[in-house]
Design a protein around this ligand. Structure first.
Ligand code: FES
Length: 121
């Protein structure tokens, strides 16, 4: 096995890649929200995922900060896979409820969802 593959496999193992139950993408602007609001939401998202025990274990969730999800209004915009749930207005104050209800309890928050696109269904 090459050093490159070993490096990549070590990085993947550190991230629990291969065990994710959900993957959350959060746009931090600048068009759907200001970078200040987007980055503040991102910091709360990271903390809540960690505090709720979703960084490891059977409900492990990956989170990724992105520059644009091509919606570009009424953000911060968030996308959750595998279910393909699109949220708008995900300001920092909404993140704790999102993590608890959607990620922990498996109950998407209908009033904040503007589109759904499950992949592979
Ligand atoms: S800048 Fe957030 S969706 Fe485009």
């Amino acid at each position: 096995m090459s050093d490159q593959v070993q490096d990549l496999q070590a990085a993947a193992a550190k991230l629990n890649l291969g065990q994710y139950q959900k993957h959350v993408f959060l746009c931090t602007g600048p068009s759907c929200c200001t970078p200040e609001v987007g980055l503040a939401a991102w910091e709360v998202l990271k903390k809540e995922i960690k505090d709720k025990g979703l960084s490891t274990g059977p409900n492990v969730c990956q989170r990724t900060k992105v520059g644009c999800l091509r919606i570009c209004c009424h953000g911060p915009t968030m996308l959750v896979y595998p279910e393909g749930t699109w949220y708008n207005g995900m300001t920092p104050d909404r993140i704790p409820r999102f993590v608890q209800e959607h990620l922990v309890e498996g109950k998407p928050i209908k009033e904040w969802i503007f589109a759904e696109n499950p992949i592979g269904k």
